[in-house]
Design a protein around this ligand. Structure first.
Ligand SMILES: C[S@@+](CC[C@H](N)C(=O)[O-])C[C@H]1O[C@@H](n2cnc3c(N)ncnc32)[C@H](O)[C@@H]1O
Length: 336
């Protein structure tokens, strides 16, 4: 049976919730996806939180320094990839060589001088903690700028875990994101060039007006995280001006949650709810703080029950609920 992560509703349950499940192998098939080569399709409806794949890396290497916006310079990793590849069995090597790779124009011109592992790695590898890994099964999932799965690196399992971040119908193609998504269509297009395709996903195929709105939302979300993140302390400001600023940020955080939901960027839900929870705690709106904290907790829980973020939001939900209760008690005392 499928191992769905049950999502508690209403008041959180404080039982230990430890979902580790190998993930059923028969919930997807790999087949041709028109215009995209191979793709991965579900064979049944998947509820939010269902683990789709858990796969150990066939090759795992330490990346050179990260250059934001450009990705990894491949020159620095060639030897590492080659060494790791040489250590694999013949069958594993064949699996790696069978992956789809995009060659740049200059690589095509000088095929004899190019180590074929580099284009393969560049087209298929995933960030895995602070390393980069190659996962032959997960590598068949195509890109979408509004993907229906999320993934996380589990250091505990030594695996990359892919799960449904929304409900996925039977027969639907699974999608993931190869790039950071809080960027405009034009910026995403540039970034996707390293994979050699023009994205035609729903977000990219919007008409001009709607695309402008989508671009604006993604830009606004990135800006809101940037603006609000430095103020995520739990202390309640005392001065009048401080209180006013906290009030403005609480409003901004509600807006942040709204546009993340409008844009349906599931990967950012947990973080947006977390920001809204803390911003509302700073204005002592304990009801909203509790609700946002719990939503954040549910989303973090979906990915990894034992992550620091999950623990933090579990604790905060409990703390905020206490404060909310106290408020209610104080109010009813005043009445009686
Ligand atoms: C990680 S692989 C995904 C699996 C690949 N389709 C295959 O047949 O093995 C990445 C490659 O898949 C293709 N691809 C992925 N997402 C795509 C998309 N949204 N549209 C068109 N091609 C896509 C591109 O050729 C890209 O270089």
């Amino acid at each position: 049976s499928a191992c769905n992560v049950p999502i508690p509703h209403g008041i959180p349950s404080w039982q230990s919730q430890n979902f580790s499940c190998a993930g059923p192998a028969d919930i997807y098939v790999v087949r041709q996806s028109p215009g995209k080569g191979l793709g991965v399709f579900t064979t049944r409806t998947l509820e939010v939180g269902t683990f789709v794949m858990q796969e150990p890396p066939i090759i795992l290497i330490h990346p050179p320094e990260f250059r934001d916006g450009v990705g990894y310079p491949l020159s620095g990793i060639g030897q590492q990839v080659r060494n790791a590849f040489n250590a694999l069995s013949e069958a594993e090597q064949a699996e790696v060589l069978g992956l789809t790779a995009y060659y740049t124009a200059s690589e095509k011109k000088a095929l004899d001088d190019v180590d074929e592992l580099l284009p393969i790695f560049r087209s298929n590898a995933y960030n895995s903690g602070n390393q980069i890994g190659l996962y032959p099964k997960i590598a068949r999932i195509n890109h979408d700028c509004r993907p229906n799965t999320s993934y996380f690196w589990s250091a505990r399992l030594g695996k990359l875990v892919v799960y449904a971040s929304r409900r996925i119908s039977e027969g639907e193609e699974l999608s993931t994101s190869y790039i950071p998504l809080l960027h405009t269509h034009e910026d995403r297009r540039k970034r996707l060039r390293q994979y050699g395709f023009e994205c035609s996903c729903n977000a990219c195929a919007l008409g001009e007006e709607e695309r402008k709105m989508s671009d604006q939302r993604r830009t606004d979300i990135r800006q809101a995280f940037f603006d609000l993140n430095p103020h995520l302390t739990l202390s309640v400001p005392q001065s009048k001006a401080g209180k006013q600023r906290a009030q403005d940020r609480a409003i901004a955080s509600t807006h942040l949650v709204q546009i993340v939901q409008e844009e349906e960027l599931m990967d950012h839900y947990a973080q947006a709810f977390r920001v809204a929870a803390i911003c509302h705690a700073r204005v002592e709106d304990w009801q909203s703080a509790t609700q946002y904290a719990h939503e954040s907790y549910q989303r973090y829980l979906m990915a990894d029950a034992q992550s620091e973020e999950t623990m933090e939001m579990q604790v905060l939900t409990g703390q905020f609920i206490e404060n909310w209760n106290e408020d209610l008690r104080a109010k009813s005392m005043r009445k009686s």
